[in-house]
Ligand binder design. Structure first.
Ligand SMILES: [Zn+2]
Length: 76
């Protein structure tokens, strides 16, 4: 019982670390307009962003698609 608990604990920690490591290995995107580094974890500012993904540049307010390309305002 003790061994099972320990292995479950170790597995949980290892899994958590793997997820954390993966998050840090993913390259961060920069704003295609002003080259500002975008936040690693995007915080959707509206439902559209939450559904389709993408960022809003914190410095120039440009809308950026999930693949890092610039979205023009009139397509929204
Ligand atoms: Zn920008």
């Amino acid at each position: 019982m003790d061994t099972l608990l320990t292995s479950a604990l170790v597995g949980g920690i290892a899994g958590g670390l793997a997820v954390l490591l993966l998050a840090f290995l993913i390259p961060r995107k920069t704003c295609p307009k002003c080259k500002t580094l975008l936040p690693r974890f995007r915080k959707p500012s509206n439902t559209r962003e939450a559904m389709l993904g993408g960022w809003k540049c914190p410095s120039c307010s440009a809308k950026i698609a999930r693949d890092g390309s610039l979205l023009s305002n009139d397509t929204l």
